[in-house]
Ligand binder design. Structure first.
Ligand SMILES: O=C(O)c1cc2cc(O)c(O)cc2[nH]1
Ligand SMILES: [Cu+2]
Length: 505
């Protein structure tokens, strides 16, 4: 994805993408007013893991340098591909004013807020992106036959969100007649899973803010860790109920029954070496809890699964892949159990929520076509943010090298523009990224040490109470025994006193 202003044959030839924020004058990146500067794009050259064995065969290696080597870097609170906009959470001519962007539980929105959100998504599905276009061919074929046209297309704001995900997971084309290579994923099965999806949501949220003219617009989230086999957001006031006529379709009362998916012809792209374009095809398919062949994915994650993964101390662990154990990232992504142990049969948390949907939302090349993707991923990002908050990690906790290609700390996330590294998203949202979550987290489960401590303290207290009570009983018995053998004089004295009191009354 690149700015429309950059994808002319001339622009690609120069390998520079530094547009001017004002259409009236040439002022790359708004440098004259101090908004930003046109700089060389740095791309990570450190070793990646063994999963990807090629070099130079894929446009996404050392992203985005195959296409452009110079881009805008914005100063202060300025932002955007030409520095004509503001960083997230800022507004005003000089981007000097903070605006709160608070992501809330979608189930707690009022009826009017729900309607507004659904309509805003539908507007994003229909509104062409004002600035960004998508490549529909690999770089080798990006110029048209006359060498003056280029293979890019306009796309709607929401479909761009779908396309970026597809592009990041697509296979490497190795040539006509050869199988494409599928052991590559620039946004899943590695530490970049959380940072990539965080930026993906930020881009959609920002595009929708601009579309709505409201810099405080916030995407809500779906707390999918509610257990059971009910999709609580699958109602016609939110993501659409089940159709009464087709178990895998959305009810015609929901606007989402009219949505059509993009990027469906994945076999064609992989055999011909083409790329998904903005053409829409069939409706969204969804059949929550309906995968009869896989009982394991018929129930949503449990609240304690979230509590358990938040307890994991290590952000990620070698080999920084979908096989990692004791990795917070692999647990929330859902390839290992919430407690951290890797088991190839397990699907938990984020992955389980995808597979539970059993349809468009459960296939990586298509999943964002179902708008539930947005809410599923804001929740995943909320858990990531809570982990960052509790564990306060240093930047060095994110691995610098030997992760699967695309996932090293300084790698520019594919295919975002302007370039943004995984490291830039490995920070707490409220303080650094201009948005926050309104969320409550399930109580932390006790550790074995804490359980033993509580048991010992409880036992000691019980012993103390029993000891005190038995001492009292023994003493009062002794007292009463003494009282039954009084001195004779004493006894008459007490009897007298009693009578006196009575006579006064
Ligand atoms: O099989 C999985 O675990 C699985 C499916 C799926 C779909 C998707 O869109 C994701 O982002 C992840 C994912 N994992
Ligand atoms: Cu996902």
């Amino acid at each position: 994805q690149f700015p429309r202003a950059c994808v002319t044959a001339e622009g690609l030839g120069s390998a520079q993408c530094c547009p001017s924020p004002s259409a009236l004058e040439s002022d790359p990146c708004g440098a004259r007013s101090g908004r930003g500067q046109c700089v060389d794009v740095r791309a990570d050259a450190r070793a990646h893991g063994p999963q990807y064995p090629y070099d130079g065969r894929d446009d996404r290696e050392r992203w985005p340098r195959r296409f452009f080597t110079r881009a805008c870097r914005c100063s202060g609170n300025f932002g955007g591909f030409d520095c004509g906009g503001c960083a997230h959470g800022f507004t005003g001519d000089a981007c000097e004013r903070r605006v709160p962007v608070v992501r809330r539980n979608v189930m707690q929105l009022s009826a009017e807020e729900k309607r507004f959100f659904v309509n805003a998504l539908d507007q994003a599905k229909r509104t062409p992106h004002p600035d960004i276009v998508i490549a529909t061919r690999r770089y080798a074929e990006i110029l048209g036959p006359d060498n003056s046209t280029t293979q890019f297309q306009n796309i709607s704001i929401y479909n761009l969100f779908v396309w970026t995900h597809y592009y990041s997971v697509s296979k490497t084309f190795l040539g006509a007649g050869q199988d494409s290579f599928g052991g590559v994923d620039f946004s899943h099965e590695g530490p970049g899973f959380l940072t990539w999806h965080r930026y993906h949501l930020l881009q959609l949220e920002r595009d929708m803010q601009d579309m709505l003219g409201d810099p405080s617009f916030a995407l809500p989230y779906w707390d999918f860790a509610i257990g059971g086999s009910e999709c609580d957001i699958c109602t016609d006031d939110l993501m659409g109920a089940r159709s009464s006529f087709d178990i895998s379709s959305i009810s015609s009362n929901s606007i989402f029954s009219r949505w059509r998916v993009i990027c469906e012809s994945v076999e064609e792209y992989d055999t011909l070496g083409t790329i998904c374009n903005s053409s829409e095809s069939s409706p969204i398919r969804r059949n929550p809890a309906g995968n009869v062949a896989r009982p394991m994915v018929q129930r949503l994650p449990e609240p304690q699964d979230v509590a358990a993964c938040l307890e994991l101390n290590a952000f990620d662990a070698p080999p920084f892949y979908s096989t990692s154990s004791d990795s917070f990232r692999n647990s929330i992504e859902g390839y290992s159990a919430p407690q951290g142990n890797y088991d190839p049969a397990v699907r938990s948390l984020h992955n389980l929520a995808h597979l539970f949907l059993n349809g468009t939302g459960g296939q990586t090349h298509l999943s964002p076509n179902d708008p539930i993707f947005v809410l599923l991923h804001t929740f995943t990002d909320a858990v990531f943010d809570e982990w960052l908050r509790r564990h306060a990690p240093d930047a060095s906790v994110y691995p610098l090298e030997n992760t699967p290609i695309g996932h090293n700390r300084e790698f520019n996330m594919v295919p975002f523009w302007p370039p943004v590294t995984n490291a830039e998203m490995f920070v707490t949202a409220a303080e650094n990224l201009g948005y926050s979550y309104e969320a409550e987290w399930p109580a932390r489960p006790l550790t074995p040490t804490q359980i033993v401590t509580v048991a010992v303290v409880t036992a000691l207290i019980a012993v103390a109470i029993i000891f005190a009570a038995s001492t009292c009983v023994v003493r009062s018995r002794a007292y009463r025994t003494e009282g039954r053998q009084p001195l004779l004089g004493d006894q008459y004295q007490r009897y007298d006193d009693h009578n006196k009191t009575q006579s006064v009354v």
